[in-house]
Design a protein around this ligand. Structure first.
Ligand SMILES: [Zn+2]
Ligand SMILES: [Zn+2]
Length: 387
């Protein structure tokens, strides 16, 4: 059996010189790096729509098959190569030309919308440098390193967003706090004495009820390249500005296909919605304290979107460990891993202890400490006797 023919990678040739055009962040246009020719991306009249979640699930193959990256052929130099695992857009390793293939070659559900990059590479590098400089307790060598870091990589990451109308029936209990006066025996001046004491109690009352909430655009990262914490903290994203998917926005950038499937994505979204529904239930129960014993949530008219969101990645090595920093390609918000300088932390701790010791001396000399001691003594005088 012969190898299948390579898939021709899509690229966008310059109308003037034939070189590959690249998407320029913030401008809404493709620009030729060779001759400067500009080609605006036409605004799509197509609205960004929501898709029915259950209908999409039914259509999906039961066993998702893991497809190997297909062999593709560079439009510019003719070389055959494969993009990295999970990538459907990147660059030709031989000539550097942008190469895009259809996401459907790797996954059954294609992205239908995206947020184009606004922050370009130069701006992202500035953000990264500032972030490095502002790190607390970072080794000084790292701050020097900020001047000589390598290239940043721009990548579109896959996300799911879910909308859902929820109705939750629950049972639980409402707790009301009240106080009782009871007499207790305490030891005073070495002798047992009866005293009146106020004791806090809770009266629980069974309750049941129903809460409703509509969730709009619950966002779940579908890439495993970064930890969920990093992806979640990169937000907020201006999802109201999503544009219909167009491969032109990918030209010159990497783009990933999803690794968290539609069903798993919804499970994640459901956990996020559950936390908010729990708050709604507690508010509905009222009283001073609440218990939730059981709850059943019905999701209706659940819809989803599959979109791509832009991030810049800076990877750096420091003392044989690699760290990754991710920058939101729309807002410039940074999340990243970082080293700490033990020496700086120790110095700060010693300084803090010195300050506290100084404060302690002042307190000792002042009335504040005496006042505090008197109060503590008051508590000591009335210990409740264990029965
Ligand atoms: Zn050109
Ligand atoms: Zn090439």
């Amino acid at each position: 059996m012969s190898d299948p023919a390579p898939i021709p990678a899509t690229c966008f040739p310059c109308g003037q010189c034939g070189s590959s055009l690249r998407f320029v962040p913030g401008g809404g246009k493709l620009v030729c790096p060779h001759c400067g020719y500009e080609n605006p991306i036409a605004d799509s009249a197509e609205p960004v729509v929501e898709y029915d979640f259950h209908r999409a699930l039914e259509k999906l193959p039961l066993t998702p098959h893991e497809t190997a990256p297909p062999e593709i052929q560079c439009h510019a130099c003719g070389a055959r190569f494969r993009l990295g695992k999970f990538l459907h857009a990147g660059r030709c390793p031989f000539c550097g030309s942008p190469a895009v293939i259809a996401a459907t070659l790797l996954r059954p559900i294609p992205p239908r919308s995206l947020l184009p990059f606004v922050i370009d590479q130069a701006a992202a590098r500035q953000v990264f440098r500032k972030w490095l400089k502002r790190l607390w307790f970072a080794p000084s060598a790292l701050k020097r390193f900020a001047r000589q870091e390598g290239l940043l990589r721009g990548i579109y990451l896959p996300y799911w967003t879910f909308d859902s109308h929820t109705e939750t029936r629950y049972t639980g209990a409402r707790g009301i706090i009240y106080h009782e006066i009871r007499s207790v025996t305490v030891i005073e001046n070495g002798r047992p004495v009866r005293r009146q004491q106020r004791v806090q109690k809770i009266r629980w009352q069974p309750v049941r009820g129903r809460v409703r909430r509509f969730f709009d655009d619950v966002l779940v990262g579908a890439s495993h390249t970064f930890s969920r914490q990093i992806l979640d903290r990169l937000g907020p994203w201006d999802l109201e500005n999503l544009v219909p998917y167009d491969e032109k926005y990918l030209s010159g950038f990497d783009s990933e296909v999803y690794q968290t499937g539609l069903a798993q994505g919804f499970e994640q979204a459901r956990l996020m919605m559950d936390r908010i529904i729990d708050q709604d239930i507690r508010f509905d129960i009222g009283g001073d304290l609440q218990q939730i014993h059981s709850k059943r949530t019905r999701h209706q008219r659940t819809t989803f979107k599959h979109c791509l969101l832009p991030v810049w990645i800076a990877a750096y090595r420091y003392q044989n460990r690699s760290y990754r920093v991710v920058i939101n390609g729309r807002s410039g918000r940074v999340q990243g891993q970082r080293p700490y300088s033990l020496l700086k932390i120790l110095t700060a701790v010693v300084a803090a202890v010195a300050v506290l010791a100084g404060t302690g001396y002042v307190l000792y000399k002042s009335d504040i400490l005496r006042e505090m001691q008197t109060q503590a003594g008051a508590y000591e005088r009335y210990p409740e006797l264990a029965k």
